[in-house]
Every structure is written in structure tokens, then in C-alpha cells.
Design a protein around this ligand. Structure first.
Ligand code: HMG
Ligand code: MG
Length: 304
């Protein structure tokens, strides 16, 4: 029995740290460029291989990300680490490139309501916007990651049909994204709902093309990671200290805390390459800096 369970787990997992972007974009307090840069520099020392560091969106829509160009220029870029950024349109892409970004991400939603509220256009219009970005990225040799939000439910349209997620995911992959991160934006998914959504996606996409991005609003994120791993997914997004949420998804809390994810994986023999103690220290540091409660249980449990 134990062997059967162990055999369903991957040997290693890739973690995409989204705290500096998904986390900080939703903070109410003013965060300086220096604080953002220090967060990313500290995260760079923990063994993370991919840190989503910035977002080249309209500053009117997401004021916290307004200084993304300065952040990208000021961080100490360590060899072997991907420092990526969100780019909703060509303007964002051009700004990202000018700031030294070597990887970008485009983001769509599986529901029309969220697409309108988040990026002010329909799903099909958003795909049209991505075309020139992906084209330009190709000519710059820049990999493009894709996001699909509201894969379980939408704060405006209610439950999302798994087939809607799988069709959109396939379209984004066919356009040239190397991977699609499936976002439970409002964190309402349970393991069986997650499995149903993934089963639909796995009809036309492979496990290596999919990632899980589970917000932890209802405390289900780790359970969703576990079921997704058992279905073959081995890339997950998480956020140090459980920072964040989405400004256009009221009530959405932060992502799964990176510390809690690393603790679970490493203690199950699934390698992450991440120094848990260093990550916990960074989580405590940023929580104190932002004067916010640390949302990582492991971060709290290991505090001296
Ligand atoms: P719009 O208002 O339809 O666009 O916004 P527009 O072209 O009319 O431009 C409006 C203003 O923004 C103009 O300025 C543009 O110049 C400027 P004005 O003339 O009024 O002074 N503008 C820009 N400025 C800087 N950089 C740009 C840019 N583009 C336009 N790239 C737009 C459309 C997409 C720009 C807007 O809706 C937007 O920025 N949305 C971003 C929303 C966002 O960042 N949401 C959070 C990230 S998504 C997320 O968190 C989910 C995820 O984590 C996965 C999950 O959890 O599910 C990824
Ligand atoms: Mg998110």
C-alpha cells in the first residue's frame, strides 16, 4: 500500500516562487523598490530556480507593480535562476525586455467575467493580444509561460467547466507557451474538483506542459498539490509566507506558502533543491517588513 502511494510521487518538483509578483501585487501598504529587490535577492539565495519577480501591467490597474522596471534592473541576477515577469500586452512585453527580462508570462482566464474584470477584454481578445507577444518573444529567444485563471470557479461567473479550462489551455500551448499554470485564483478547489479539471486538461496536454497554481483561501492548496502530483504534475507555484491574492478576485488570499510546500515535499522524499530554513527566514523577514501575519504554518512553527 505504502509503496503504491510512493510510486505515484515524482522524484523532484519544480517550484515557481510567485511571492514578489502575485504576493506583493495585492499588498495594501506601500512597498519600496528596495524592499522588493531585497525580497528577490534573499529568495535567490534559497535554491529557488524560478522567481516571478515583476509585472509589466498598467500602474493604474495594479499600483504595487508600478516600479517593475526598476526592480528588474536592480536585482542581483544569479546564474541559473529565471527571473520572469507578467506581460499582458505588447507594451508590457517591450518594457519587460528593456528591463532585462529573459522570460515572460501571459495570462488569460477560463471565465469571461474574470477576463473582463482583470484585463478588460474577452477571452478571445486576450488570445489575440498574446499573439504578437509570443511572436516577438520567439525572435528574442524568450520562453513564454501561460496562465489560465479561475480553473475551478470564478468570483463573477461561478463554477468553471473543466472542458473550458482544457480547451483554453491547449490553445495557449499551441500558440507557443512552453507551459500553462492552472490557477485556482480564489482557492475554492478541493482535491476531487482539481482532479476533474486536470483529467480534462490531460486529454489534450501532457503533464510536463502543466503547472498548478493554488491559492489557499479555503486551506485546500496542499491537498490539491498532492492530488495533482499523483496525476503526474511536477511544477507548482507558491508564495513565500503565503503572500498575496489577486486585486480582481475579492477575498482571494495568498498562494500556498512556499515553506509549507517545500516542507511537505522534502519530508516525502520529493526533492525541491530548496533550503527550507533559508526560505522560512525570508518568509519571517518579509512578514515583519510588511507588518503582516506570516501565513506559512511551517514559518510560524520554526520561529525561534
Ligand atoms: P486597458 O485600460 O483596457 O488598456 O487595460 P488601455 O490600452 O486602454 O490602457 C489604459 C492605460 O494603461 C493607458 O494609460 C495605457 O497607456 C496604460 P493612459 O493613457 O490612461 O495614461 N497601459 C500600460 N501601462 C504600463 N504597462 C502596460 C500598459 N498597458 C496599458 N503594459 C490592461 C488593459 C491589460 C493593461 C489592464 O487591464 C491591466 O494592466 N491589467 C492587469 C491586471 C493584473 O495585473 N491582474 C493581476 C495579475 S493576474 C493574477 O494575479 C492571476 C494569476 O496569479 C493566476 C491566478 O491566480 O489565477 C496570474
Ligand atoms: Mg495567482
Amino acid at each position: 500500500m505504502l509503496n503504491t502511494i510512493q510510486n505515484t510521487l515524482p522524484k523532484s518538483v519544480n517550484i515557481v516562487e510567485v511571492g514578489p509578483r502575485d504576493g506583493l501585487q495585492n499588498e495594501k501598504s506601500n512597498i519600496t523598490v528596495e524592499q522588493k529587490v531585497e525580497l528577490i535577492n534573499r529568495l535567490s539565495k534559497t535554491g529557488l530556480a524560478h522567481i516571478e519577480s515583476a509585472s509589466f501591467v498598467s500602474p493604474k490597474w495594479v499600483p504595487q507593480m508600478a516600479s517593475s522596471d526598476l526592480v528588474m534592473k536592480d536585482i542581483e541576477k544569479k546564474e541559473g535562476i529565471i527571473y520572469s515577469a507578467l506581460t499582458p500586452n505588447m507594451r508590457g512585453f517591450e518594457n519587460a525586455i528593456a528591463s532585462g527580462c529573459k522570460q515572460v508570462a501571459v495570462f488569460a482566464a477560463a471565465s469571461e467575467g474574470f477576463s473582463q474584470k482583470n484585463i478588460n477584454c474577452s477571452i478571445s481578445e486576450s488570445l489575440k493580444r498574446f499573439e504578437p507577444i509570443i511572436e516577438a518573444a520567439k525572435s528574442h529567444n524568450i520562453p513564454v509561460r501561460g496562465y489560465v485563471s479561475c480553473v475551478i470557479a470564478c468570483p463573477y461567473d461561478g463554477e468553471t467547466e473543466p472542458s473550458q479550462v482544457s480547451t483554453l489551455t491547449k490553445e495557449i500551448l499551441d500558440m507557443g507557451c512552453y507551459e500553462v499554470s492552472l490557477g485556482d485564483t480564489i482557492g475554492v478547489g478541493t482535491p476531487l474538483k482539481t482532479a476533474k479539471m486536470l483529467e480534462a486538461c490531460l486529454h489534450d496536454s501532457s503533464t510536463s506542459q502543466l503547472a498548478g497554481h493554488f491559492h489557499d483561501t479555503y486551506g485546500q492548496a496542499l491537498a490539491n498539490v498532492l492530488i495533482a502530483m499523483q496525476m503526474g504534475i511536477s511544477t507548482f507555484d507558491s508564495s513565500v509566507a503565503g503572500l498575496g491574492g489577486c486585486p480582481y478576485a475579492k477575498g482571494a488570499s495568498g498562494n500556498l506558502a512556499s515553506e509549507d510546500l517545500v516542507y511537505m515535499l522534502e519530508n516525502m522524499g520529493v526533492s525541491t533543491g530548496i533550503d527550507l530554513a533559508g526560505l522560512c527566514e525570508t518568509g519571517r523577514w518579509i512578514s515583519a517588513m510588511l507588518n503582516r501575519t506570516n501565513a506559512s504554518k511551517v514559518g510560524l512553527a520554526t520561529a525561534s
